[in-house]
Design a protein around this ligand. Structure first.
Ligand SMILES: [Zn+2]
Length: 200
């Protein structure tokens, strides 16, 4: 009986903590690490694909070259052979109105890269995809190590960045994307990158 009551109490505490975590992710919070105020759920962005060898210095999109190395906010070319586009991978968070966004990079074949570039200014593409790509940034907790992840790259109208959907439906990142995650793993992910609310 005592044990059962204790179990209930533990669940109640867990539920309270859950609500508190959710509230933290919704509110304005001062970061214990970077010291900045973050407003609500904090998205993250990778400035370059992980294999990019240099400083993340952007050239204008309009200066795009398909030879050698090129980096702008939306396009990246490595050694004239590997083509990357800045994309968005979203993970829904239970209880929050909008998904968490990871601004990251995916490869594209040269053919699809050229299609993307050609439609970029108008946001209208020759076809709607999905185009195949390799996710080109690691993501702590969900994609720390292991084999590369193939993604569907879905070009998005209205000049929004392409959305990425993990192809292998059994991968933890695919499961997170499909089923959503709760506030706690969301906070763990932010903390893994050094962002987390200051504990009062
Ligand atoms: Zn921070």
């Amino acid at each position: 009986m005592i044990r059962r009551l204790f179990g209930l109490r533990k669940r109640a505490v867990a539920a309270e903590q859950h609500d508190a975590t959710l509230e933290l992710l919704r509110s304005d919070w001062r970061c214990s690490c970077c010291g900045e105020w973050h407003h609500g759920l904090m998205d993250m962005a990778a400035h370059t694909p992980d294999p990019w060898p240099d400083e993340p210095t952007y050239e204008p999109n309009s200066a795009l070259r398909l030879e050698g190395n090129f980096l702008s906010e939306d396009f990246c070319v490595l050694e004239g052979e590997h083509f990357f586009v800045r994309s968005l991978l979203e993970i829904p968070v239970d209880g929050l109105e909008r998904p968490w966004g990871f601004g990251c990079w995916s490869t594209l074949s040269r053919t699809n890269f050229e299609k993307y570039v050609a439609g970029f200014d108008d946001g209208e593409y020759e076809d709607d995809g999905p185009w195949f790509g390799w996710l080109s940034n690691r993501l702590k907790i969900y994609f720390d190590e292991g084999e590369p992840i193939g993604v569907h790259v879905l070009p998005h109208p209205n000049r929004q960045r392409p959305r990425l959907i993990v192809k292998d439906q059994d991968h933890p990142l695919a499961i997170a994307q499909r089923d959503g995650i709760t506030a706690e793993p969301m906070l763990s992910l932010l903390r893994a990158y050094g962002h987390g609310p200051t504990v009062q």
